[in-house]
Write a protein that binds this ligand. Structure first.
Ligand code: NAP
Length: 293
């Protein structure tokens, strides 16, 4: 397939581009800067210049392709307003991509997040959260999946809290950044809350499988580690950076504080059984050993 990819330079997107190119597909990738365009060209992709807010560019990318993988998101977590603006931009982009495919039966795979369910690991059958600071992302994914009834093979691959590669990325990466800034490897609460995780190279395989074979309207869990205790994550970060490991107030983590404090394990049993996906890359705790002081 000729696949239009947004976010192809990111932690997940760079792995997805390589996975597609390594498995017989070609890639048309959105690039908003010269440096991103160069990175994508070097990776072997064809480049379409533009940003997430350029809806005509997105429609054109979708029209030129046999399928779409939507990953771009402006990671601005500096304030609730900045986060809300990023979500609004992503929602409009996703709607434009989906609408461009109506009636074509072509696939679009979008990124989503694993839900949280009190007392048990969430499954692919649980709905995404549609309220709270990131509820808008759940609502736009739901709207995209509803296009299944209008001739779009729309699917969602749900990410756990940390998608990592070489010890970087995701919520664990935010803990590492915070530790470097403050001199303390901090975690909220008592640190027994669990966050699921996956290696970006394993997540990339699932994006390809969803693109190739997943039925319209379905959601999948790219979960390798069902749940790592946050204190265990902070412990590896603290040891690698030679910093003290301590509980810190939720507010330290800005708009994400409440989410950081929640126990949110997630299962991928259905994804593994139905799509034959099997992660092979290091777990989060092993990958964090790559953090350099
Ligand atoms: N990593 C995780 O742990 C994790 C967990 C859950 C969900 N997710 C979601 O998965 C997706 C990809 O994550 P990631 O970690 O790979 O992200 P990332 O490393 O932060 O990369 C973001 C990508 O989006 C592109 N982008 C951002 N704003 C853009 C804009 N306005 N116009 C065009 N492109 C734009 C960036 O392009 P440039 O190269 O130009 O900056 C980059 O390719 C995101 O939606 C993220 O929220 C990630």
């Amino acid at each position: 397939m000729h696949v239009f990819v947004t976010g192809g330079t990111g932690t997940i997107g760079s792995a997805v581009v390589a996975e597609l190119l390594g498995n017989g597909h070609t890639v048309l990738a959105l690039a908003r800067s010269d440096s991103s365009a160069q990175t994508l060209t070097d990776a072997g992709a064809e480049v379409l210049r533009g940003g997430l807010a350029d809806l005509d560019v997105l429609r054109s990318g979708a029209a030129q392709s046999d399928g779409v993988i939507s990953l771009a998101f402006s990671p601005n977590y500096s304030s609730p307003d900045a986060l809300a603006a990023a979500i609004t931009e992503e929602s409009a982009a996703m709607a434009a991509l989906g609408e461009a495919l109506i009636g074509s039966d072509r696939p679009i795979v979008t990124v989503s997040g694993t839900p949280w369910v009190p007392g048990r690991a969430s499954t692919e059958a649980d709905p995404p959260p549609t309220d709270g600071p990131v509820g808008g992302r759940g609502r736009s994914v739901n709207a995209l999946l509803e296009l299944a009834s209008r001739g779009v093979r729309a699917t969602a691959v749900r990410m756990p809290r940390t998608v990592h590669n070489e010890g970087k990325g995701g919520f664990a990466g935010l803990l590492t950044d915070q530790a470097r800034r403050t001199g303390v490897s901090g975690y909220p609460g008592d640190g027994t809350q669990r966050w699921p995780a996956v290696h970006a190279l394993d997540a990339a395989v699932l994006f390809r499988l969803a693109l190739e074979v997943a039925p319209a309207g379905t959601a999948w869990h790219a979960v390798s580690d069902e749940g790592d205790a946050v204190r265990d994550i902070a412990t590896v970060i603290g040891r690698r950076l030679s910093l003290p490991i301590e509980t810190v107030p939720e507010e330290t983590f800005g708009p994400f504080g409440a989410i950081f404090a929640m126990d949110q394990p997630a299962s991928s049993a259905h994804t593994r059984a139905a799509l034959g996906w099997e992660p092979t890359h290091p777990s989060l705790l092993d990958d964090l050993e790559n953090i350099q002081p």
